[in-house]
Design a binder for this molecule. Structure first.
Ligand SMILES: Nc1ncnc2c1ncn2[C@@H]1O[C@H](COP(=O)(O)OP(=O)(O)O)[C@@H](O)[C@H]1O
Ligand SMILES: [Mg+2]
Length: 299
């Protein structure tokens, strides 16, 4: 009997084309696929987790790749499914990558350079003032944020104090801050699949923002990788045991070193427009993913 792999892949920005290519390449290897498995709509009982007519725990593997449509219910079921079958990424790694504090803690203790960071409870936050003094400038950020949203650049006590009512209103218990890394407002995005280097590109912040995110006005730039960057990205991916990782790196112009900013578990493929502008890594990424699925499902 053929192997069978379930998938849930984003469909916007060319995702549907990518999903079709992955499906076709898996079929060439006699691996059947079921697509559109949004676990938000799964139902479970004693011995099955049913999603769109598919019993998830009978699959050989589940490939979850839809950053934009995640929900609390879907994430919960993802964890349950991974109790029974392999998933890409593993639920544990996915969860780590969704938490900037936890992942930075893992990276930092494993010797992978991150920004300096600090976290404390909002009711005893004097330590934050000491950090501000020490660092001069710091970044307040939600540990599970994306797209540069909800962040604040703080360089005075007053600015931090002004943030407190917001922190209380949002019921944020633990306040997470990072040392502001002096940089040229551009970053590197390195994709790693199955431990292999896939691609390197970057984003350049708009002149009005210190954040490089495209949603903050940043634009994609072509960038040549260096051995040092590829090495740090591979080590970050390995430390968090990621099957697929998009590692964001800044160059600290003050300390003259590369710093891992965050590791994304669902790094986007190049959109059709980006492909036209020279980001041509999609096929390589697809091949590595297909090869990895094949290996992980071999009986
Ligand atoms: N510690 C920092 N020092 C300097 N710039 C930062 C720092 N943290 C974040 N940034 C800027 O903000 C952007 C978004 O931060 P990031 O941690 O990647 O969160 P998100 O998940 O929202 O993308 C980064 O791409 C970078 O340009
Ligand atoms: Mg980022």
């Amino acid at each position: 009997m053929n192997r069978k792999v379930g998938m849930w892949i984003y469909t916007n920005g060319g995702g549907d084309v990518i999903a079709n290519k992955i499906t076709a390449k898996l079929h060439e290897r006699e691996i059947d696929t079921v697509t559109g498995l949004d676990l938000r709509f799964a139902e479970a009982k004693n011995d099955f987790v049913m999603c769109n007519g598919t019993n998830m725990i009978d699959l050989d593997l589940f490939f979850s790749y839809n950053a934009g449509e995640q929900t609390v219910g879907q994430i919960y079921m993802y964890e349950i499914v991974n109790d029974f079958i392999p998933t890409i990424n593993s639920f544990k790694s996915f969860q780590l990558s969704e938490d900037k504090f936890r992942s930075n803690m893992m990276l930092s203790t494993a010797g992978v350079k991150t920004s300096d960071f600090f976290i404390c409870h909002r009711e005893s936050h004097d330590g934050l003032y000491d950090k501000l003094e020490e660092w001069g400038k710091m970044v307040f950020k939600p540990i599970d944020g994306w797209g540069g949203a909800g962040m604040a650049l703080l360089d005075t006590r007053d600015k931090f104090d002004m943030l407190m009512p917001f922190i209380n209103q949002m019921n944020i218990r633990n306040i997470y801050v990072e040392r502001f890394i002096q940089n040229d407002f551009s970053d590197f995005r390195i994709d790693i699949v199955d431990g292999e280097f896939v691609s390197c590109y970057g984003r350049q912040a708009s002149s009005r923002d210190w954040r490089t995110n495209v949603s903050a006005g940043g634009k994609i730039i072509l960038r040549e990788p260096t051995d040092a960057i590829v090495d740090i990205a591979k080590r970050a991916s390995k430390t968090l045991k990621m099957d697929i990782a998009g590692v964001d790196i800044l160059y600290d112009t003050e300390r003259e070193e590369y710093v891992v900013l965050e590791v994304n578990g669902i790094p986007a493929f190049a959109t059709p427009e980006q492909e036209k502008r020279g980001l041509n890594f999609n096929d390589k990424k697809i091949d590595l993913i297909v090869e990895m699925i094949d290996r992980k499902t071999k009986k």
